[in-house]
Structures are given as structure tokens and as C-alpha cells.
Ligand binder design. Structure first.
Ligand SMILES: Nc1nc2c(c(=O)[nH]1)N[C@H]1C(S)=C(S)[C@@H](COP(=O)(O)OP(=O)(O)OC[C@H]3O[C@@H](n4cnc5c(N)ncnc54)[C@H](O)[C@@H]3O)O[C@H]1N2
Ligand code: MOO
Length: 410
């Protein structure tokens, strides 16, 4: 078992795990935010015919070579073609067809002149200027050509992509499913949120914070409730949930105390511990196990430790399960707005609130940093990483922060 590893090693180990990634077929209106699980290949040209981008007149460019303000060319209007219809007439010399935006270019025409540049009656149209052949004609396949791979497997689906599926007549698409992540809180001190704490007891908040973190990145959290510090109970809950969950997260019981049974439970159900303890604060005692092709994360019980190790280690794994390939948090340069005097001998992630103003990022750090403090995580949208031995930091220092959620603009 690897113990006391670096943050980089832990990330690398997790990235190298072969995990089962599932796909599902879903209606396109529901596919926003999912990652595409198939290449989308077009069986049509788009547009499927040469079409007019303007309301105007279709005609032969050759016929208007000598057109000018002083000497307009008059052409006979032989038909009218709105979008969705096709003219049965072929344009000959001296003729034009009135055409609407989106309509198929009539046979014989090689240019469209917009209304505003003409004078017209029902029978004829005056043209005052010359345009080269193919002017104002949208060619068949300008947008999509038959056989094109329009969207690649692994692409994050946005609103326009749903329009592309529709264009191609795809009502259902294959996407990577949103993983079901089971959350188990362990600890004899824990009670449910609707209970009144007796002496020594506290309400289980971790399951709810983590459920929200899973939701924010698009996973499906399933709160399993609380498990006492009894190894058989923990093992049973783990085994049951691993039947259906894509991943299991536990909190509590991963340190060195007498009731810290989670690691043993991972092993006794047949899990292989990938590592235990990472050189970072908060969250040192994290344990991760592999169970078949699923991962089990044993996070610390301390609320801030659980939350921050979730962002650093669990989040990228959930994103991978969702088919995503961009797993790292965005880093930005920011200006510190208060001081941070602690010099730690361990790598530290400090919870931070970063905002954007006048083209720059600014970061405020809360007063309370301890691993057991939940309230100062409120509003946290970024993390300030301090490598062991670095600091102190002063108001106005340029720092780098990792963004967890879009900062607000002030
Ligand atoms: N002798 C040592 N003691 C400790 C060490 C150590 O190295 N040597 N490490 C400390 C560090 S660092 C951490 S972090 C904690 C982690 O302990 P556990 O992961 O085993 O977590 P617990 O002891 O079960 O709980 C810690 C803390 O969090 C509260 N908690 C637990 N679950 C929840 C929940 N679902 N919702 C809200 N709060 C929860 C729990 O009551 C404790 O106060 O160990 C140190 N000890
Ligand atoms: O690693 Mo612990 O999370 O500092 O309290």
C-alpha cells in the first residue's frame, strides 16, 4: 500500500486507473451538458441545395454586365419562389425570378440581387449594378457536407450541438452517462439532519455538501445515510452500494484512531488500496481503493478536508466517468486582498473567494481555516495552493488560484 504520497502522485495514480465508463441513448433535448459518446457523421449536405441568403431577384450575372444607375437593365419577372418551394421555370436571358431568403436558386440563375438595390413591378425588375457570378448564393454543403464528422465523440454538448442533431434528423444520441455516486457517512457521533443532537453527537453535513459538489459537476449523488463505526456495517453498506453505484465516497474513519475502520473495510470487501494519506492539508488521511473497475474514495470526516479532497481527487474521476477529458481546474493570477501569515510545513489548499473586477481577479481568504470548520467554505469558489514552506503572504501579493466555480463580476 502506498502511504504518504504527494498530490501529484495521487493524481497520477487516479488518472491511470481503468474505470468503467457507461454510455446511454437519450433524447437530444436532454443532452445539454453531456459528453457525446459517438461520432456524429452527416448523411446530408447542409444546405441541401444552393439557396438564396436574401429576399430579391435571381438572374443571370451575364445579363447585368452593363447595368448602372444611368442605364439600368430591365428584366422580365417570370416566377415567384418563396422558401420551401422550388420554381419549375428555368431562367433564360432577359429574365428574373423573385426569390425569398432560404429558397432554392432557380435553374439558370447565378446571382441574387437584393430588393433594396432594385426597382420592381409585378412584371419586371430594374437592376442598377453588376454583381459577379455566384454573388449572394449560398452553396449546397456550405455548412455541412455529406460524410463530414460534424461532432466528435468526447465533445461537450452545447445548445448549438442540439441544433446540429436536429438538422441531421437525430432525435436520440449516445452520451456518456452521469455517474451514480453513493455517499456514505461513517461515525458513531453522527445523527440525521432531522434529529436533535444529544451530548457528543453532531448532524451529518458531509453527505449533503458532497452531494451538492457532485451535482454541480453533473454527477448523480445518492445519499446512503449514516453508518456506525462497526466494520461489518461499513462492509455491508459498501458491498450493497457497489452493486449499482459507479463510485462510492465515504467520509470519516480514515485516520489512525481506534474507530478508523474504513480502510480495513475497503480491503476486507476485496478492494485494493491504491494509496492512503496524501501530503496536503486539509485532507491528509484520504484513502482510495479500487474495487473491480470502480473506485472507492475514503475522505476525511472533517468537513473542509472532505470538501477540498473531493475537488482535487474525486472531481476529476467523476469528470472522467462523464467522458470528459479536461480535468484540471483553471488557474488564474489574482491579487490577494488580505494577508495569510501561516507558514506551513505541509502543502496547503486555502479556501478562497475570487472575484473579477476591471479586468483583474482579486482573492479574499476567510479567517477560519481549520479542517473542521464548514462555514468558511461558504462562498468558496477557488483554492489558493501554498507549497510547503512558502509564505507568509501579504495584502496586494500576486498569487495563483484554482477556480472551482465561475467567479462573479463586480
Ligand atoms: N493521532 C492522529 N489523529 C489524527 C490525525 C493524525 O494524523 N494522527 N489526523 C487528523 C486529521 S489531519 C484529520 S483530517 C482527521 C481525519 O479523521 P477521519 O477521517 O478519521 O475523520 P473522523 O475522525 O471520523 O472525523 C473527523 C471530524 O469530522 C467530523 N465528521 C465526521 N463525519 C462527519 C459528517 N458526516 N458531517 C460532519 N462532520 C463530520 C467528526 O465528528 C470529527 O470531528 O483526523 C485527525 N486525527
Ligand atoms: O488533514 Mo486534516 O484534514 O488537516 O484535518
Amino acid at each position: 500500500m502506498l502511504v504518504n504520497i504527494s498530490i501529484e502522485e495521487a493524481k497520477e495514480i487516479l488518472l491511470n486507473q481503468d474505470i468503467k465508463i457507461n454510455t446511454i441513448d437519450i433524447p437530444i433535448v436532454e443532452s445539454l451538458g453531456y459528453v457525446l459518446g459517438e461520432d456524429i457523421i452527416s448523411d446530408i449536405n447542409m444546405p441541401p441545395f444552393d439557396r438564396s441568403p436574401l429576399d430579391g431577384y435571381a438572374l443571370k450575372s451575364d445579363n447585368i454586365k452593363d447595368a448602372s444607375k444611368e442605364n439600368p437593365i430591365v428584366l422580365e419577372v417570370i416566377d415567384y419562389v418563396p422558401a420551401g418551394y422550388v420554381s419549375s421555370r428555368k431562367i433564360e436571358n432577359g429574365q428574373a425570378i423573385r426569390i425569398m431568403t432560404g429558397a432554392k436558386i432557380p435553374e439558370g440563375a447565378d446571382v441574387i440581387i437584393k430588393y433594396e438595390d432594385t426597382e420592381f413591378t409585378d412584371k419586371d425588375v430594374k437592376i442598377f449594378n453588376y454583381l459577379k457570378p455566384n454573388s449572394n448564393i449560398v452553396k449546397m454543403g456550405e455548412d455541412i457536407e455529406e460524410g463530414d464528422i460534424v461532432l466528435k465523440k468526447g465533445h461537450l454538448i452545447g445548445p448549438a450541438d442540439i441544433g446540429i442533431f436536429a438538422t441531421l434528423g437525430r432525435g436520440i444520441v449516445k452520451v456518456y452517462s452521469k455517474p451514480k455516486v453513493a455517499i456514505l457517512a461513517t461515525g458513531d457521533e453522527l445523527i440525521d439532519i432531522d434529529e436533535i443532537p444529544r451530548e457528543g453527537k453532531i448532524r451529518n453535513s458531509n453527505s449533503y455538501t458532497i452531494a451538492a459538489q457532485i451535482k454541480r459537476i453533473g454527477g448523480q449523488p445518492v445519499i446512503l445515510g449514516i453508518c456506525r463505526d462497526k466494520i461489518e456495517d461499513i462492509k455491508n453498506k459498501l458491498k450493497d452500494s457497489l452493486e449499482w453505484a459507479d463510485m462510492v465516497i465515504t467520509t470519516g474513519g480514515v485516520s489512525v484512531g481506534d474507530a478508523d475502520l474504513v480502510k480495513e473495510a475497503f480491503q476486507e470487501i476485496g478492494g485494493e488500496i491504491l494509496f492512503w494519506k496524501v501530503n496536503m492539508k486539509p485532507g491528509t488521511p484520504i484513502a482510495v481503493a479500487k474495487y473491480g473497475n470502480k473506485l472507492i474514495f475514503g475522505l476525511s470526516g472533517n468537513p473542509a478536508a472532505a470538501s477540498i479532497t473531493f475537488e482535487k481527487f474525486v472531481r476529476p474521476t467523476i469528470l472522467r466517468l462523464m467522458g470528459k477529458s479536461k480535468l484540471n481546474l483553471v488557474k488564474v493570477e489574482s491579487t490577494l486582498e488580505n494577508e495569510f501569515t501561516k507558514v506551513s510545513n505541509q502543502n496547503r489548499y486555502v479556501r478562497a473567494i475570487t472575484y473579477y473586477k476591471d479586468g483583474q481577479f482579486f482573492t479574499k481568504l476567510p479567517n477560519k481555516h481549520s479542517s473542521g470548520v464548514l462555514t468558511s467554505l461558504s462562498g468558496t469558489n477557488s483554492l489558493f495552493y501554498i507549497r510547503a514552506g512558502n509564505g507568509p503572504f501579504e495584502n496586494g501579493d500576486k498569487i495563483e488560484v484554482e477556480i472551482l466555480d465561475y467567479p462573479e463580476v463586480e
